[in-house]
Design a protein around this ligand. Structure first.
Ligand code: CO
Length: 465
């Protein structure tokens, strides 16, 4: 019997795509013991925006969340999404920081590290791969991930070359990450057949989103074309900007005669658990029903779900939702100017914010964000296609573009030491230092709150006695 396995995404990507990653750990702790018995290929539960969200909005230590997940899902592969040299932040970190982050991720419980670079500049995922291999346990899987997008320079041949390169680099599995849900069934068939021919029996994974309404058709073709693992979300957290539904795919698999190894009773129980959780966030407004709808416009704008929900949140905050359509229309123009970067973190935010700025200011590139300037300078890596000459000249002036992997970026020691010193007695662990390096302001606030809380508790205990 043919075998296709499923990765459950409700704790990470579904949470991120539908409700801007605001799901606190406590809200799903009660179902983890059951999820551990479901038979998933893996549970995606960490990385991506969860780390930032823990510190910024949820007053949670992301490392403690990971340790709790590990404790409650002892038999399940825990999966994270990592932005290569950017880790979980928005800039390139030094090699020793990347290595330490991966060492700690594995130590705290991660099994599968899905590593991507927004530009598919694989020099930016090499350090993370090497560190994963260095600290690997029996369970560790290094998954090389391709940011899928469409543009005049993103051809099937180009993707096959990328997969061969990932295999050559030493990754254990390969994932095609269609963050905007724009991969059509036709494209999936050609891509997957071509890639499987090129990489042999290496595990191939498809990650897509329902945003445009194509995901189920695309998965059907992917399965017929030889995909090994697909990403799905428990049904009440599926659809819209999230993944296709776990139970629906399970049902289809049965008719296909495909063994996916899931326990039907448990996956239904998981969904029953999450129904009231979802309702709570619809009621309090954190889950905008807009993100549950199908939006075929994304086929034009190539906008991933997380980016769409963030843009809605930002424009709502600025009372500028009337500019939503104009900002959406500006996105593909900015993207073309920047050499067709795939719209994935951090590029999705950079392109999205620049598009919003262009529309709100009323003049294109009158204000250019620091991040976009750095991108144009080359700090993020090589753009898939040349950047618009005029825009490039405006940012670079007489200066030369920089190499993201030059000696300066490889230097070691400084970032970590400086961060530890900056934290002083707030720091309890190497994990604290890593949090600070990724999100200094949020971590500082979090650690100060933690200290204040501990002191309060100490006073309270003494008084009681
Ligand atoms: Co995704």
């Amino acid at each position: 019997m043919k075998k296709v396995q499923l990765t459950e995404t409700v704790l990470r990507d579904a949470n991120q795509s539908l409700m801007a990653t605001r799901l606190p750990y406590k809200d799903y702790e009660g179902i983890l013991a059951d999820m551990d018995k479901a038979g998933y290929y893996s549970v995606e539960c960490w990385g991506g925006a969860t780390f930032d969200s823990c510190l910024r909005y949820l007053n949670e230590d992301p490392w403690e969340r990971l340790r709790n997940l590990r404790k409650n899902l002892p038999n399940t592969r825990l999966q994270m999404l990592l932005r290569g040299q950017n880790l979980l932040g928005y800039k390139h970190y030094h090699d020793d920081v990347v290595e330490k982050f991966i060492e700690l991720s594995i130590k705290n419980g991660i099994d599968v590290i899905r590593i991507f670079d927004a530009l598919n500049d694989f020099r930016n995922i090499e350090t993370a791969l090497n560190a994963t291999k260095k600290y690997a346990t029996q369970r560790t899987i290094a998954s090389g991930c391709i940011s899928y997008t469409q543009s005049p320079v993103h051809t099937v041949e180009k993707y096959i070359e990328m997969c061969k390169e990932l295999k050559r680099m030493g990754f254990d599995t390969i994932c095609l990450k269609d963050m905007a849900g724009t991969m059509s069934p036709y494209e999936a068939e050609h891509l997957i057949k071509g890639i499987k021919d090129a990489i042999g029996d290496m595990t191939l994974i498809l990650h897509t989103h329902c945003t445009t309404g194509m995901a189920y058709m695309t998965l059907t073709k992917a399965i017929e074309s030889g995909i090994d693992v697909i990403d799905t979300a428990t049904s009440c957290f599926s659809g819209g900007t999230s993944q296709p539904s776990t139970e629906t795919m399970f049902y289809a698999f049965k008719q296909y005669g495909i063994d996916c190894g899931l326990d039907e009773e448990i996956i239904n129980k998981v969904n029953d658990f999450f129904k009231p959780v979802k309702q709570k966030y619809i009621d309090n407004g954190q889950l905008n029903p807009k993100s549950l709808a199908t939006d075929a416009q994304a086929l034009v704008y190539k906008v991933p779900g997380g980016m769409l929900s963030n843009m809605i949140a930002n424009l709502t905050d600025m009372h500028a939702m009337d500019k939503f359509d104009a900002a959406l229309a500006e996105i593909p123009k900015v993207r073309a100017d920047l050499g067709y970067p795939p719209l994935v973190t951090p590029l999705s935010q950079m392109v999205g914010n620049q598009a919003v700025t262009n529309v709100l200011v009323g003049e294109r590139y009158k204000n250019i964000s620091k991040e976009v300037k750095n991108y144009i300078k080359g700090e993020y890596g090589i753009a898939p296609a040349p950047i618009d000459k005029e825009l490039s000249a405006k940012v670079l002036g007489d200066a030369q573009p920089v190499d993201c992997r030059d000696e300066d970026m490889k230097r070691t020691g400084e970032e970590f030491v400086a961060a530890r010193e900056a934290l002083g007695d707030l720091c309890r662990s190497e994990e604290d230092v890593m949090s600070y390096i990724c999100y200094p302001d949020q971590t500082l606030k979090f650690l100060k709150d933690r200290k204040a809380q501990e002191e309060n508790e100490a006073v309270y205990t003494i008084e009681e006695m």
